[in-house]
Design a protein around this ligand. Structure first.
Ligand code: COA
Length: 215
């Protein structure tokens, strides 16, 4: 069993604890030590496990440890990974719920991903590093997803979609086929994306339209 800690002891972090419990029911893979969270005091108990410190404490962790970054905001995920990747004691496993349906034809999934219960990932798909696919998402054929993207529950990605790095997609959004979503773009809950979206915008509605741009 590998020792593992969860970064982020909020709602999603606690759901990731549940995901680890479900993986262990099938095969005892992980020994959960606790949470790391910059905003919760050391020693606080979270669903039976202690908060052990903040991200800075992990930067100097000197034993082998698996770390799962359970934070939906792509930019924060990116920053945390940037500060921890210099510590060679840390590995970033990809966690996949046992009931996830993944096609056997050319599906590539990077490191540090979190794939929650009831996802379906079909065929000829490439998923980058540190991608979160929250509950009940579907990812269709020939889709490419970049690094650090986060998809909230019940997002449907049709076929042949290209999603660049650091994209956040709100709950229930639908992305129709053959289009591209630019780097760091944010898509609102419930949006229907029917056309290619530029980078660094927030797009909402049906059809999804950019309402603002950010750095
Ligand atoms: C799109 C989103 C990121 C925008 O957040 P924001 O940058 O703080 O923007 P604001 O809340 O100031 O909203 C700006 C405008 O867009 C509208 N808007 C916000 N989200 C919207 C959405 N999902 N659909 C349609 N309109 C939306 C607001 O009503 C507001 O309109 P107004 O200017 O006419 O008042 C956010 O509303 C959203 O949908 N987040 C996803 C949440 C989610 O899925 N959580 C999952 C947790 S598991």
């Amino acid at each position: 069993m590998k020792n593992i800690v969860i970064i982020g002891a909020g709602g999603f972090g606690r759901e990731v604890k549940m995901l680890i419990d479900q993986i262990n029911l099938v095969e005892k893979k992980f020994n959960l030590l606790g949470f790391y969270d910059d905003n919760i005091s050391i020693g606080t108990q979270v669903n039976g496990y202690p908060v052990l410190g903040g991200v800075n404490d992990l930067m100097i962790y000197n034993n082998e440890i698996s770390v799962v970054i359970s934070i939906a905001d792509p930019k924060i995920k990116f920053q945390i990974h940037k500060s921890l990747k210099i510590n060679s004691n840390i590995s970033f496993p990809t966690l996949i719920h046992p009931n996830v349906l993944i096609g056997t034809d050319s599906v590539l999934i990077g490191e540090g991903c979190i794939i929650c219960a009831s996802n379906i990932i079909t065929v000829n798909i490439s998923i980058g590093n540190f991608v979160i696919l929250n509950l009940f998402c579907t990812t269709g054929h020939d889709t490419v997803i970049g690094d650090y993207c986060s998809f909230m529950p019940s997002v449907n990605i049709s076929g042949e979609v290209v999603i660049e790095d650091l994209v956040y997609v709100g709950t229930g959004a639908k992305i129709i086929n053959l289009l591209k979503i630019g780097n760091s773009t944010i898509i609102g809950a419930g949006a229907v994306v029917s056309k290619t979206l530029p980078e660094k915008c927030t797009a909402v509605g049906i059809p999804a339209k950019p309402i603002k741009f950010h750095e």
